[in-house]
Design a protein around this ligand. Sequence first.
Ligand code: SDX
Length: 461
Amino acid sequence: MKNYTKLGHAELKVLGKTVKLPLYGGTEDEKGIDISQLREQTACITLDPGYANTGSCTSGITFIDGEKGILRYRGYAIEDLAKNASFLEVAYLLIYGELPNPTQLSAFVNKITRRSMIPEGMKRFFHGYPESAHPMSILSAMICSLSAYYPDCIHNHPETMDLNICRIIAKIPSIAAFSYKQSIGQPIIEPMNKLNYTENFLRMMFAVPTEEYDVDPVAARALEMILILHADHEQNCSTSTVRIAGSSQANLYASISAGICALWGYLHGGANQAVIDMLRQIRNDGGDVKKFIRQVKDKKSGVRLMGFGHRVYKNYDPRASILKKACDDVLAKVGTDGRPLLDIAKKLENAALHDDYFVERKLYPNVDFYSGIILRGIGIPSDMFTVIFAIGRLPGWIAQWLEMRESPTFRIARPRQIYTGNNLRKYVPLKKRETLSKKVASILKIKGEPKAKEKVEWSRQ
Ligand code: SDX
């Protein structure tokens, strides 16, 4: 594997045996102990809840230095890309490994622009959802359903792979915007080829059939930047889900749909929506950030400072820095009422960064802390925030999925476990089971002994 060099070995003493495990290094001074022979040599496995110390793969796509707050896509600094690139240019870079030349970029953009419509039959699906449906539930279902319309994807044939990559990137904004229109009882607005990717999405979101709609260029550029900042982030929860689903040879649409479901969780991609809810709650409670910080520090409250903390960044998330700066510019130009929430966010950040509780735990703002303020500023409703995250992350998921399948060490993901349940016990015929064990009874909260033939009303929690 290129750029993956053997540095020597680690020695492990276990159960009276010393084993040597190969030690490898990557191109950015990260080191890993290869434990692929561990169980065979020691009859032991490793345990690492949440995989905080476990690498699942080698990858040449995204590099993060959590201590220094560095993020690079294929070696390019996120600051450079956010300032200078378009989102589809970054998508091309992540998926194909190099920045496209003008001919490559225009061909890629053209392939995507011309595939933004969704199959006519799929539109009927939207009407089946209640208006209250969360758009992430629709997005994950629709993306997986695309495999029904493009069965050539099922066997992941290389010759149609590029076509399916362009199809999914092209259609995700349309599906997202259509789910929003469905939720507000408005007619679907079809994509328009003369517009670029973000302009098209904003028009599909906010135009109505009865009048012309001019996309605000400030909003389009702000969305472009947000999508770029979310485009990839090495082996996060949803990307690992895409890799694991794809490792069984599940097709691209099915694997991405699995990633969308993982992203939905409020500890991951759902955090941007939770941040806005948190800021609104503080505002409605009189704006007392110190009172909220006290609540967060009181473990019993179960309250977390959403948009803060990160498994990898133990310094400022570089994406949060870029977004914080952009908040002022965007809100000044789009002139919405986002300023009060931005002021609360800045006060909250300042209070936390000067509080030992957060400093000791190296908790800094992450990408979700400011992104919602910008999205809200350009008119995106908060339950669409995680959908925007998914649109941004899609090229990264695709790049990671392709890299996993092309890896020389490709095999189905199947972690091990340490069993802690009952040892072997004999089956007890029903007639001999005089009473359910106390433990089962307390779990099922059965009131009194069920009498034979009586209908048992169990209060199962
Ligand atoms: C994303 O992985 C990625 O790359 C994700 C992402 C991407 O681009 O894909 O960057 C996107 O998901 C960003 C994170 C969005 N989530 C949030 O903002 C939710 C709030 N943050 C957390 O819940 C938490 O910080 C996580 C989930 C992000 C990280 O969790 P970890 O690494 O498992 O950390 P932990 O829960 O073990 O916390 C360590 C300590 C604990 O205190 P102690 O038990 O040591 O006393 O820090 C505390 C936690 O209680 N802590 C927080 C906190 N986050 C951690 N306390 C208050 N508020 C917080 N937000």
